[in-house]
Ligand binder design. Structure first.
Ligand code: PMP
Length: 294
Protein backbone atom coordinates (compact mmCIF):
# COMPACT_ATOMS: atom_id res chain seq x y z
CA UNK A 1 0.00 0.00 0.00
CA UNK A 2 1.42 3.41 -0.89
CA UNK A 3 1.25 5.75 2.06
CA UNK A 4 -0.66 8.96 1.48
CA UNK A 5 0.85 12.40 1.75
CA UNK A 6 0.22 13.99 5.14
CA UNK A 7 -1.20 17.51 5.22
CA UNK A 8 -0.88 19.83 8.22
CA UNK A 9 -4.11 21.56 9.24
CA UNK A 10 -4.11 23.58 12.47
CA UNK A 11 -1.47 21.46 14.19
CA UNK A 12 -2.85 18.05 13.12
CA UNK A 13 -1.73 15.81 10.26
CA UNK A 14 -4.29 14.29 7.90
CA UNK A 15 -3.84 11.92 4.92
CA UNK A 16 -4.37 13.90 1.69
CA UNK A 17 -7.77 12.29 0.98
CA UNK A 18 -9.04 13.36 4.40
CA UNK A 19 -7.42 16.80 4.57
CA UNK A 20 -10.51 18.99 4.41
CA UNK A 21 -11.63 22.41 5.58
CA UNK A 22 -15.06 23.87 6.24
CA UNK A 23 -17.08 25.33 3.35
CA UNK A 24 -17.65 28.25 5.76
CA UNK A 25 -13.93 29.05 5.78
CA UNK A 26 -13.57 32.58 4.43
CA UNK A 27 -10.49 31.52 2.48
CA UNK A 28 -12.88 29.40 0.41
CA UNK A 29 -15.88 31.75 0.48
CA UNK A 30 -14.04 35.01 -0.21
CA UNK A 31 -10.39 34.34 -0.97
CA UNK A 32 -9.73 35.96 2.41
CA UNK A 33 -6.29 34.73 3.36
CA UNK A 34 -2.62 34.70 2.40
CA UNK A 35 -0.18 32.11 1.14
CA UNK A 36 3.38 31.24 0.14
CA UNK A 37 4.89 28.80 -2.35
CA UNK A 38 8.26 27.51 -1.18
CA UNK A 39 10.69 24.89 -2.46
CA UNK A 40 12.92 22.41 -0.70
CA UNK A 41 15.98 21.13 -2.54
CA UNK A 42 17.94 18.15 -1.33
CA UNK A 43 17.01 18.52 2.34
CA UNK A 44 17.19 22.34 2.47
CA UNK A 45 14.13 24.58 2.46
CA UNK A 46 15.23 27.43 0.22
CA UNK A 47 14.83 30.89 1.80
CA UNK A 48 12.24 29.59 4.26
CA UNK A 49 12.67 32.49 6.69
CA UNK A 50 12.20 35.02 3.87
CA UNK A 51 8.98 33.28 2.77
CA UNK A 52 7.67 33.18 6.34
CA UNK A 53 8.49 36.88 6.74
CA UNK A 54 6.57 37.71 3.55
CA UNK A 55 3.62 35.58 4.73
CA UNK A 56 3.44 37.54 7.98
CA UNK A 57 3.72 40.85 6.12
CA UNK A 58 0.80 39.86 3.86
CA UNK A 59 -1.20 38.74 6.92
CA UNK A 60 -0.45 42.02 8.72
CA UNK A 61 -1.73 43.99 5.73
CA UNK A 62 -5.10 42.22 5.88
CA UNK A 63 -5.19 42.29 9.73
CA UNK A 64 -5.06 38.50 9.88
CA UNK A 65 -3.61 37.15 13.10
CA UNK A 66 -1.59 34.00 12.53
CA UNK A 67 -1.91 31.73 15.59
CA UNK A 68 1.77 30.67 15.42
CA UNK A 69 4.99 32.59 15.92
CA UNK A 70 7.29 32.82 12.91
CA UNK A 71 9.64 30.31 14.54
CA UNK A 72 6.74 27.89 15.17
CA UNK A 73 5.72 28.29 11.54
CA UNK A 74 9.25 27.45 10.35
CA UNK A 75 9.23 24.37 12.60
CA UNK A 76 5.77 23.31 11.39
CA UNK A 77 6.98 23.42 7.75
CA UNK A 78 10.10 21.42 8.58
CA UNK A 79 8.10 18.89 10.63
CA UNK A 80 5.58 18.38 7.81
CA UNK A 81 8.44 17.65 5.40
CA UNK A 82 9.98 15.23 7.91
CA UNK A 83 6.70 13.40 8.42
CA UNK A 84 6.43 12.97 4.66
CA UNK A 85 10.12 12.01 4.37
CA UNK A 86 10.53 14.66 1.69
CA UNK A 87 13.86 16.21 0.80
CA UNK A 88 12.67 17.82 -2.43
CA UNK A 89 9.29 19.45 -2.41
CA UNK A 90 7.07 22.32 -3.44
CA UNK A 91 5.49 23.58 -0.25
CA UNK A 92 2.23 25.49 -0.06
CA UNK A 93 1.71 27.43 3.13
CA UNK A 94 -1.79 28.86 3.53
CA UNK A 95 -3.34 30.94 6.27
CA UNK A 96 -6.99 31.74 5.74
CA UNK A 97 -9.33 33.91 7.81
CA UNK A 98 -10.93 30.73 9.12
CA UNK A 99 -14.52 29.65 9.69
CA UNK A 100 -17.18 32.37 9.90
CA UNK A 101 -20.73 32.89 8.73
CA UNK A 102 -21.91 33.67 5.20
CA UNK A 103 -21.34 37.41 5.59
CA UNK A 104 -17.93 38.71 4.62
CA UNK A 105 -17.16 40.37 7.97
CA UNK A 106 -13.82 38.95 9.20
CA UNK A 107 -14.81 39.67 12.81
CA UNK A 108 -17.08 36.61 12.54
CA UNK A 109 -14.02 34.39 12.05
CA UNK A 110 -12.48 33.83 15.46
CA UNK A 111 -9.50 31.71 14.38
CA UNK A 112 -7.32 31.60 11.29
CA UNK A 113 -6.85 28.24 9.52
CA UNK A 114 -3.22 27.19 8.91
CA UNK A 115 -2.49 24.63 6.21
CA UNK A 116 0.86 23.20 5.07
CA UNK A 117 1.03 21.03 1.97
CA UNK A 118 4.38 19.49 1.03
CA UNK A 119 3.92 18.12 -2.47
CA UNK A 120 5.60 18.62 -5.84
CA UNK A 121 4.83 20.97 -8.74
CA UNK A 122 5.56 21.03 -12.42
CA UNK A 123 4.47 24.12 -14.27
CA UNK A 124 7.05 24.20 -17.05
CA UNK A 125 7.71 21.81 -19.89
CA UNK A 126 10.73 19.55 -19.53
CA UNK A 127 13.03 21.47 -21.87
CA UNK A 128 11.87 25.03 -21.03
CA UNK A 129 15.29 25.87 -19.61
CA UNK A 130 17.02 24.94 -22.86
CA UNK A 131 14.47 26.29 -25.37
CA UNK A 132 12.85 29.16 -23.48
CA UNK A 133 9.10 29.72 -23.32
CA UNK A 134 6.56 31.78 -25.27
CA UNK A 135 4.59 34.62 -23.66
CA UNK A 136 1.93 37.20 -24.42
CA UNK A 137 0.74 40.43 -22.85
CA UNK A 138 -2.71 39.86 -21.43
CA UNK A 139 -5.59 42.35 -21.37
CA UNK A 140 -5.83 41.86 -17.58
CA UNK A 141 -4.02 44.63 -15.70
CA UNK A 142 -2.12 43.82 -12.49
CA UNK A 143 -4.03 44.59 -9.28
CA UNK A 144 -3.39 48.28 -8.53
CA UNK A 145 -2.01 49.39 -5.16
CA UNK A 146 -5.30 51.01 -4.18
CA UNK A 147 -7.30 47.81 -4.76
CA UNK A 148 -6.36 44.21 -3.87
CA UNK A 149 -2.77 45.28 -4.31
CA UNK A 150 -0.24 42.97 -5.93
CA UNK A 151 1.92 43.53 -2.84
CA UNK A 152 -0.26 41.20 -0.75
CA UNK A 153 0.21 37.54 -1.61
CA UNK A 154 -3.45 36.84 -1.01
CA UNK A 155 -5.68 33.88 -1.82
CA UNK A 156 -7.39 36.07 -4.40
CA UNK A 157 -5.49 35.10 -7.56
CA UNK A 158 -8.24 35.61 -10.11
CA UNK A 159 -6.21 38.42 -11.66
CA UNK A 160 -3.43 35.98 -12.52
CA UNK A 161 -5.87 33.23 -13.49
CA UNK A 162 -7.65 35.50 -16.00
CA UNK A 163 -4.28 36.23 -17.60
CA UNK A 164 -3.40 32.54 -17.64
CA UNK A 165 -6.73 31.72 -19.35
CA UNK A 166 -5.76 34.20 -22.08
CA UNK A 167 -2.36 32.55 -22.54
CA UNK A 168 -3.99 29.11 -22.70
CA UNK A 169 -6.56 30.30 -25.23
CA UNK A 170 -3.77 31.64 -27.43
CA UNK A 171 -1.55 28.59 -27.13
CA UNK A 172 1.37 30.35 -25.43
CA UNK A 173 3.19 29.14 -22.35
CA UNK A 174 2.74 32.09 -20.00
CA UNK A 175 0.99 35.46 -19.74
CA UNK A 176 2.57 38.77 -18.81
CA UNK A 177 0.47 41.32 -16.91
CA UNK A 178 0.78 45.06 -17.48
CA UNK A 179 0.31 47.79 -14.92
CA UNK A 180 -2.53 50.28 -15.34
CA UNK A 181 -0.01 52.68 -16.99
CA UNK A 182 0.72 50.11 -19.72
CA UNK A 183 4.18 49.18 -18.45
CA UNK A 184 5.15 45.58 -17.74
CA UNK A 185 4.42 44.34 -14.21
CA UNK A 186 5.21 40.62 -14.06
CA UNK A 187 4.06 37.16 -15.10
CA UNK A 188 1.09 35.41 -13.49
CA UNK A 189 3.34 34.01 -10.76
CA UNK A 190 6.80 35.19 -11.81
CA UNK A 191 8.94 38.30 -11.86
CA UNK A 192 10.30 39.42 -15.20
CA UNK A 193 13.73 40.62 -16.32
CA UNK A 194 15.07 41.74 -19.70
CA UNK A 195 18.67 41.99 -20.87
CA UNK A 196 19.80 44.81 -23.18
CA UNK A 197 23.44 45.39 -24.12
CA UNK A 198 24.62 43.14 -21.30
CA UNK A 199 22.64 45.01 -18.63
CA UNK A 200 19.54 43.81 -16.83
CA UNK A 201 16.31 45.74 -16.38
CA UNK A 202 13.35 44.79 -14.18
CA UNK A 203 10.11 46.58 -13.20
CA UNK A 204 9.69 48.16 -9.76
CA UNK A 205 7.94 46.19 -7.02
CA UNK A 206 6.29 49.37 -5.75
CA UNK A 207 3.82 49.65 -8.61
CA UNK A 208 3.13 46.25 -10.14
CA UNK A 209 5.40 43.35 -9.28
CA UNK A 210 5.42 41.17 -6.19
CA UNK A 211 8.65 41.46 -4.20
CA UNK A 212 9.82 38.03 -5.36
CA UNK A 213 12.25 36.03 -3.28
CA UNK A 214 13.76 34.36 -6.36
CA UNK A 215 14.13 37.82 -7.94
CA UNK A 216 15.99 38.95 -4.83
CA UNK A 217 18.40 36.01 -5.16
CA UNK A 218 18.98 36.90 -8.83
CA UNK A 219 19.53 40.56 -7.89
CA UNK A 220 22.25 39.53 -5.41
CA UNK A 221 23.80 37.27 -8.06
CA UNK A 222 23.98 40.23 -10.45
CA UNK A 223 25.87 42.20 -7.77
CA UNK A 224 28.25 39.28 -7.28
CA UNK A 225 28.82 38.81 -11.02
CA UNK A 226 29.07 42.58 -11.55
CA UNK A 227 26.17 42.64 -14.01
CA UNK A 228 24.44 46.01 -13.92
CA UNK A 229 20.80 45.72 -12.86
CA UNK A 230 18.40 48.65 -13.03
CA UNK A 231 14.88 48.76 -11.62
CA UNK A 232 12.81 50.80 -14.05
CA UNK A 233 9.56 50.92 -16.00
CA UNK A 234 9.60 48.47 -18.89
CA UNK A 235 7.39 48.95 -21.92
CA UNK A 236 6.19 46.14 -24.20
CA UNK A 237 8.43 47.70 -26.89
CA UNK A 238 11.47 47.27 -24.62
CA UNK A 239 10.55 43.62 -24.25
CA UNK A 240 10.07 43.10 -28.01
CA UNK A 241 13.49 44.63 -28.68
CA UNK A 242 15.39 43.09 -25.77
CA UNK A 243 18.41 40.85 -26.36
CA UNK A 244 17.21 38.35 -23.74
CA UNK A 245 14.39 38.00 -21.23
CA UNK A 246 13.61 35.63 -18.38
CA UNK A 247 11.18 34.87 -15.58
CA UNK A 248 11.99 34.09 -11.96
CA UNK A 249 9.72 32.49 -9.37
CA UNK A 250 9.64 29.72 -6.82
CA UNK A 251 7.51 27.39 -8.95
CA UNK A 252 9.02 28.41 -12.32
CA UNK A 253 12.57 28.85 -10.93
CA UNK A 254 14.54 30.62 -13.71
CA UNK A 255 13.24 30.27 -17.26
CA UNK A 256 14.28 32.08 -20.45
CA UNK A 257 11.55 33.79 -22.50
CA UNK A 258 11.97 33.41 -26.25
CA UNK A 259 8.89 35.19 -27.56
CA UNK A 260 6.34 37.87 -26.60
CA UNK A 261 3.14 38.29 -28.64
CA UNK A 262 4.86 36.42 -31.52
CA UNK A 263 7.87 38.78 -31.54
CA UNK A 264 11.07 36.76 -31.24
CA UNK A 265 13.28 38.06 -28.43
CA UNK A 266 16.95 38.34 -29.43
CA UNK A 267 17.79 35.30 -31.52
CA UNK A 268 15.05 33.24 -29.90
CA UNK A 269 17.48 31.20 -27.82
CA UNK A 270 18.50 31.55 -24.16
CA UNK A 271 21.21 34.24 -24.17
CA UNK A 272 24.58 34.28 -22.41
CA UNK A 273 23.51 36.48 -19.48
CA UNK A 274 20.42 34.35 -18.77
CA UNK A 275 22.43 31.13 -19.06
CA UNK A 276 25.14 32.38 -16.72
CA UNK A 277 22.56 33.46 -14.13
CA UNK A 278 20.68 30.13 -14.41
CA UNK A 279 23.90 28.23 -13.71
CA UNK A 280 24.66 30.41 -10.69
CA UNK A 281 21.05 30.21 -9.47
CA UNK A 282 21.22 26.42 -9.42
CA UNK A 283 24.33 26.66 -7.26
CA UNK A 284 22.55 29.02 -4.85
CA UNK A 285 19.67 26.60 -4.22
CA UNK A 286 22.18 24.01 -3.00
CA UNK A 287 24.04 26.47 -0.78
CA UNK A 288 23.36 25.63 2.91
CA UNK A 289 23.61 29.35 3.74
CA UNK A 290 20.34 29.88 1.82
CA UNK A 291 18.27 27.14 3.37
CA UNK A 292 16.75 25.72 6.53
CA UNK A 293 17.71 22.11 7.12
CA UNK A 294 14.89 19.57 7.21
N1 PMP B 1 4.77 37.36 -8.82
C1 PMP B 1 3.68 36.70 -8.42
C2 PMP B 1 2.34 37.28 -8.72
C3 PMP B 1 3.80 35.50 -7.73
O1 PMP B 1 2.70 34.83 -7.32
C4 PMP B 1 5.08 34.97 -7.48
C5 PMP B 1 5.22 33.65 -6.77
N2 PMP B 1 5.25 33.82 -5.39
C6 PMP B 1 6.20 35.68 -7.93
C7 PMP B 1 6.01 36.88 -8.59
C8 PMP B 1 7.59 35.19 -7.67
O2 PMP B 1 7.90 35.27 -6.32
P1 PMP B 1 8.90 34.24 -5.61
O3 PMP B 1 10.18 34.31 -6.34
O4 PMP B 1 8.98 34.75 -4.22
O5 PMP B 1 8.26 32.90 -5.69
Amino acid sequence: MTSELLIYIDGEYYPKSQAKISVYDHGFLYGDGVFEGIRAYNGLVFKLKEHVDRLYRSAHAITLKIPLSKEEMVQAVVETLRKNKMKDSYIRLIVSRGVGDLGLDPRKCPKATVIIITDTINIKSGNARETGITTMFSWVRRNPVDATTHEIKSLNYLNSILAKIEANANGVDEAICLESNGCIAEGVGENIFIVKNGEILTPPTSTGALAGITAEVVTKLCEKLKIKLTVTNLTPFMMFTADEAFFTGTAMEMVPIREANKRVIGDGKPGPVTKKLMTEFHKEIKNPANGTKI
